[in-house]
Design a protein around this ligand. Structure first.
Ligand code: HEC
Ligand code: HEC
Ligand code: HEC
Ligand code: HEC
Length: 116
């Protein structure tokens, strides 16, 4: 019995490790998401290190693990395959997680994200 539990735990651990290591490295610099309301600066470094997100797919939801994930713009600005507008997508994903997070460093007010 104990052996089976151990084995299950090992397999689960390896599965998690495999996901972590199959991710390519995230861009190290900040990305400016330009919009009429004011530029939003997005940092992969802060999100991967301080927010503790390990899987690219948490945000790059269409990423299948081949090559590099695409910018959200690619589909959400072109409205490809009925992708909702970038504002809807960004607000839902970014603000959604920030609101749920207990981490007070995650901004939820307009001006904390949209800077001139
Ligand atoms: C917390 C959300 C989030 C996570 C996690 C995340 N990304 Fe991103 N990524 C973004 C956003 C937002 C952009 C900018 C998209 C845009 O402007 O359309 C982006 C852009 C990119 C770009 C395009 C950069 C450019 O300038 O063209 C690459 C490549 C990328 N991410 C790779 C990764 C990889 C690899 C991982 C996992 C190790 C990862 N991302 C994890 C949100 C995230
Ligand atoms: C390859 C195209 C593609 C890329 C790249 C992409 N999306 Fe999407 N996204 C879609 C499509 C299409 C939908 C519509 C629902 C579905 O098919 O999943 C969607 C739906 C969403 C939704 C759900 C919206 C709702 O109203 O429920 C969110 C949130 C979202 N995307 C955020 C993002 C973010 C943030 C990024 C970049 C980190 C991104 N997407 C990159 C195509 C894409
Ligand atoms: C899965 C959860 C999650 C998602 C999705 C997410 N964030 Fe965050 N974000 C966090 C957390 C947690 C922090 C606080 C990190 C810290 O401790 O500094 C944070 C911090 C930030 C900060 C403040 C730190 C800085 O970079 O100046 C900005 C701005 C930010 N996020 C923008 C965004 C944007 C824009 C998106 C969507 C494109 C996004 N975030 C998506 C969890 C998330
Ligand atoms: C967590 C960060 C965050 C917060 C908080 C936030 N936004 Fe945004 N917003 C974004 C991102 C990211 C985009 C998409 C930028 C892009 O076009 O690449 C966006 C897009 C927009 C757009 C679309 C502009 C255009 O060019 O189409 C408007 C308008 C907007 N936001 C208004 C607001 C208002 C009003 C609030 C406060 C009630 C707010 N946002 C709060 C991150 C945020």
């Amino acid at each position: 019995m104990k052996k089976i539990v151990m084995l299950v735990a090992m397999v689960a651990f390896l599965a998690v490790a495999a996901v972590a290591f199959s991710n390519p490295a995230a861009p190290s610099g900040d990305i400016s998401m330009k919009c009429k309301k004011g530029v939003v600066t997005f940092s992969h470094k802060i999100h991967m290190e301080k927010a503790g997100i390990s899987d690219c797919k948490t945000c790059h939801h269409k990423y299948k693990g081949e090559g590099e994930p695409q910018r959200c713009d690619t589909c959400h600005k072109e409205k490809k395959d009925k992708a909702p507008k970038i504002m809807t997508a960004a607000h839902k994903q970014c603000k959604g997680c920030h609101k749920k997070s207990k981490n007070k460093a995650a901004p939820t007010k307009c001006k904390e994200c949209h800077k001139k």
